[in-house]
Design a protein around this ligand. Structure first.
Ligand SMILES: [Zn+2]
Length: 466
């Protein structure tokens, strides 16, 4: 089997928590009869032309850069005008704006500088202020369950440097908004300019001080207002080192594209720094599956880069997609989604219905135009004719492989979502009793009856949220 998308696609003989058991375990077969590589079982294969581009880009990209050579010995990590000694953890603050008076918007950063030389990886959350999967996952990752002696990230064992920034767009986060205070999208403002508008200044400072010194960047996002994403990776697979970390993340869906203009991913790749975007869940919510899958993926990448010990887990299949279809409503009214993000549907299957209070006797079905995997679905129930309600990857190959990973609702069980919890075991959770009474007499009495305000209409209709 070719490894046209950048090396062994999977190594199914070791390490996965999520493999399907088979009648004859592969470990019982003589070594020569074991499959070296799992056959490429992808739904939406990358078209030949794009595949050639990717193969060409990957030629000659191998080996460890000299600066990571063990012979050089450990060195201090110079960061934000500080020298961080090998084998240490630092909690720092970075000011998004450089000012003498007024708001500087400090953001917390955890730096773990390993005792051994290696690459620098930067992990980012909330470049969009209301996308909370990144902040929670990276807060867990920065804490004592992951970092410390004997933990997954042990500074004395770590090769290289990890910088964790749970919240990049701090002012947006505090305003519960995707945007910066000047109304701009920070993820369309890179690399920015030092003497321009507020978002461009922040982007430029962040770019120069945090991103430019990185070898790898993982940027955690969710869908924008009005929709939710199945956990997925987006990467330019023709960028060699991005291709490598996209695959080593270890989850099932990789969307191959160049990042939007002004996005962190696009600009980072233009500077030949590896960058992938993780997408999972929606804004203003914490989708636990996405938090777990993102942590699982980050640890897989760290293992693949040999920064931390252990074998990375691999999915049983991988969808490498370079295209998709939209499912739209042809009616106006209230949407009832039957096949949410992550669902595997057949051609002609009803994925949602639309009803209208003005015509209660009528219900209109929205039909999937193809067999495939729904990677994003609407959560906003207000639809008019033409509103997208689902984003689907058409699947023509590997259907049986995919079906083995569906739950009873025909939703894909993403690698990392069904394995051991990455940050705690259930028996480590302490049960805590809380006394008192409910304000207003019942559990929900204090909820506001007003709908949440949000100025994100544009975002709900525009491009993917990254
Ligand atoms: Zn985003």
């Amino acid at each position: 089997m070719s490894n046209l998308l950048g090396g062994p696609l999977t190594d199914s003989t070791k390490g996965s928590d999520n493999e399907q058991s088979s009648e004859r375990p592969e470990s019982l077969l003589p070594r020569s009869k074991r499959r070296r590589f799992t056959p490429l079982k992808v739904a939406n294969q990358i078209p030949k032309r794009r595949r050639k581009e990717i193969e060409k880009a990957l030629e000659g990209s191998s080996g460890t850069p000299k600066k990571w050579s063990r012979q050089n010995g450990p060195k201090n990590h110079a960061f934000l005008r500080k020298r961080i000694p090998p084998g240490s953890i630092r909690r720092l603050e970075f000011d998004l704006l450089s000012v003498d008076i007024g708001e500087s918007w400090p953001v917390p950063i955890t730096v773990v500088h390993g005792a051994r030389p290696g690459p620098t990886i930067t992990l980012l959350g909330a470049v969009h202020g209301n996308e909370l999967v990144g902040p929670l996952a990276l807060t867990y990752l920065s804490g004592p369950n992951f970092i410390g002696s004997g933990k997954a990230i042990d500074p004395d064992v770590l090769s290289g440097t990890i910088r964790i920034v749970p919240i990049v767009n701090m002012p947006g986060y505090k305003m519960k908004s995707r945007y910066m205070p000047d109304g701009r999208d920070l993820n369309r403002s890179f690399p920015g300019k030092p003497d321009s508008n507020t978002s461009y200044r922040v982007a430029n400072r962040f770019w120069k001080e945090i991103i430019a010194g990185s070898d790898y960047v993982i940027d955690l996002h969710t869908a924008a207002v009005g929709r939710t994403n199945m956990p997925q990776i987006r990467a330019n697979l023709a960028h060699a080192s991005s291709n490598k970390i996209a695959r080593s993340f270890g989850i099932e869906a990789i969307l191959d594209n160049v990042g939007p203009k002004g996005s962190l991913r696009r600009v980072t790749n233009d500077a030949d720094i590896a960058c992938v975007t993780f997408e999972g869940g929606g804004p203003d919510e914490l989708d636990p599956e996405s938090v777990q899958v993102s942590l699982y993926g980050i640890l897989n990448v760290l293992r693949s880069l040999r920064m931390i010990p252990g074998h990375p887990s691999r999915p049983t299949f991988r969808i490498l997609a370079s295209g998709s279809l939209w499912i739209r409503s042809d009616q106006g009214g209230l949407l009832d989604v039957l096949a949410p993000a992550g669902s595997f549907v057949d051609e002609g299957e009803v994925v949602a219905t639309v009803t209208n209070p003005e015509r209660p006797s009528e219900s209109h079905d929205i039909i999937s135009p193809t067999r495939g995997l729904i990677i994003c679905s609407a959560t906003n129930p207000f639809v008019t004719a033409g509103t997208p309600v689902g984003h689907i990857l058409p699947v023509s190959k590997g259907v049986q492989t995919i079906r083995k990973r569906l739950d009873e609702d025909d939703c894909l069980v993403i690698s990392g979502a069904d394995g051991d919890p990455v940050w705690r075991d259930d028996d480590e959770v302490e049960d805590i009793t809380v006394g008192g009474e409910w304000s207003g007499g019942n559990v929900d009495a204090e909820w506001s009856t007003n709908p949440p305000t949000d100025s994100d209409e544009e975002a709900a209709e525009s491009d993917p949220s990254q």
